[in-house]
Design a protein around this ligand. Structure first.
Ligand code: F0G
Length: 449
């Protein structure tokens, strides 16, 4: 049986160790990132699987064990008592199969892990339930983050639930409407900063160092601990059979790092018997990590980010070294896709009835690209993580479908009509013609591989 040990925080640079209640956000000696070290007992895989299965029953009962994060609490934050946990609950997201999306990427065994089903509509809730729980345990006066919108929405929501004041730093003009609306509605002090995400993070780090606020960006080790559960839950849904590939959109690289840690731990514990390969997918206009991968990570470039996928509009990712570890340990790959590819993937996912926000579609666009290049095989099992909900960014959707710029593949513009039955008949007729055209070329299955 596995004990419920505490976590040791260890500096990734100078290796100094700190207690889990350490109130700082970085190593006080050298400023390095802190890694949460768990004591793993390799003999306990069967016991753990049994417990995780047993706790599924708590989904209908409510309470912490019904959370798709806290179900795995031995591997997340073992020392947290039930009444300390700040949960909505979160997680328990579906693993979907859609024939039209599989056909579009030309991979039969494609599954979509839809993190947009979390309470605030993105995967961030998994890290935030743990980070806010820990911030409250450690007596934080206030919590803060820099964000392209999803982290801030999640932080605002969990801080409201915990009764802790929240302050968020967001880039002026580059936060999608749904995310900004959530942040305001949940009551966070919302600071709109000139510049991009990287500027916001620099300011948030200074605020955390000089003012009495706890930084809950994904450099925070407890965020990573929570985000690992996307992988644990996916593996449990697959009956602990590892897929060949897991594709993720990559921005600040917190999630890539969390997947690397989760898979290493799952493998070390014997929960899985082989490593899936990670494909981290960036937007072409914000792809410093993909560029670095192409040169075997010799360089750490910083770019001025520019992409329609505002969630991953990041030029200087913070979790750099951790993410390199995730790619190396999983024999992974980093690539980039253009905004046009990403929007076409999104249109395909949306038209299947599933839907996601623009950044999320990078995972599916990346799979199509890797399949075309023959890196992913036709018979491979591939999980694409959809990180956020379609309604996060309604402006991009409306622009795509009704914009005037150039004709977009699969575009479904609204049709204004006279209030007559004749006009309805005409519209139906035109739509059936368009449907044929759409099937013929627009979001056609991929024959490129
Ligand atoms: N997908 C979505 C929808 C995101 O919001 C983010 C990051 C990512 C992917 C990339 O994950 O940064 O861990 O590599 N959003 C952050 C935010 C930056 O502030 O909400 P990552």
């Amino acid at each position: 049986m596995m004990e419920a040990p505490g976590i040791t925080l260890r500096c990734e640079d100078c290796r100094r160790a700190f207690d889990e209640m350490y109130p700082g956000d970085f190593c006080e000696a050298c400023g390095g990132l802190l890694n949460a070290e768990l004591v793993l007992d390799p003999s306990s895989a069967a016991t753990l699987r049994g417990r995780f299965a047993e706790r599924l029953r708590d989904i209908v009962r409510g309470g912490a064990d019904g959370s798709g994060v806290w179900r795995y609490r031995e591997l997340v934050l073992p020392s947290a008592a039930r009444d300390e946990i700040v949960t909505h609950p979160e997680g328990n997201t579906p693993l979907l199969s859609r024939a039209s999306v599989s056909a579009w990427v030309n991979v039969d065994g494609l599954l979509l892990k839809h993190e947009g089903h979390n309470p605030t509509g993105s995967f961030k809730d998994r890290g935030m339930t743990v980070a806010v729980t820990q911030a409250r345990r450690a007596g934080a006066a206030a919590v803060a983050c820099a964000s392209t919108g999803n982290t801030s929405a999640s932080l605002a929501s969990y801080a409201a639930h915990a009764g802790i004041p929240a302050v968020v730093f967001v880039p002026a003009g580059y936060v999608a409407m749904g995310k900004l609306a959530q942040t305001l509605a949940y009551g966070a002090l919302t600071l709109v900063v000139p510049g991009n995400f990287d500027d916001c993070l620099a300011l948030a780090r200074r605020a955390a160092a000089e003012l009495d606020v706890r930084l809950l960006n994904s450099v925070n080790p407890f965020r990573v601990e929570g985000q690992k559960t996307i992988a644990f839950e996916m593996l449990q849904q697959l009956d602990w059979r590892a897929p060949d590939w897991i594709a993720l959109p990559a921005g600040n690289l917190g999630n890539t790092s969390a997947f690397g840690k989760a898979l290493r731990e799952a493998r070390a514990l014997g929960l899985i018997d082989r490593m899936p390969r990670i494909a981290a997918v960036q937007a072409e206009g914000a792809a410093p990590f993909a560029r670095s991968f192409a040169g075997d990570f010799a360089e750490r470039p910083v770019v001025v980010p520019d992409t329609v996928a505002s969630a991953i509009r990041i030029g200087a990712p913070a979790s750099w070294a951790r993410a390199i570890g995730a790619i190396r340990d999983t024999n992974g790959i980093v690539l980039s896709v253009s905004d046009a590819e990403l929007l076409e993937a999104k249109a395909c996912i949306d038209a299947s009835g599933v839907g996601c926000e623009p950044a999320s579609a990078a995972s599916v666009a990346g799979i199509r690209s890797l399949r075309r290049r023959g890196v992913i095989g036709a018979g491979d099992t591939v999980v694409a993580v959809l990180t956020g909900h379609l309604l996060k960014d309604p402006e991009v959707v409306i622009e795509y479908h009704s914009g005037t710029a150039s004709r977009r593949r699969g575009a479904n513009p609204p049709v204004e009509i006279e209030a007559t039955i004749g006009a309805v008949r005409d519209a139906l007729k035109r739509r059936s013609l368009n449907r044929d055209a759409l099937r013929g070329d627009d979001l056609a299955p991929d024959a490129g591989a």
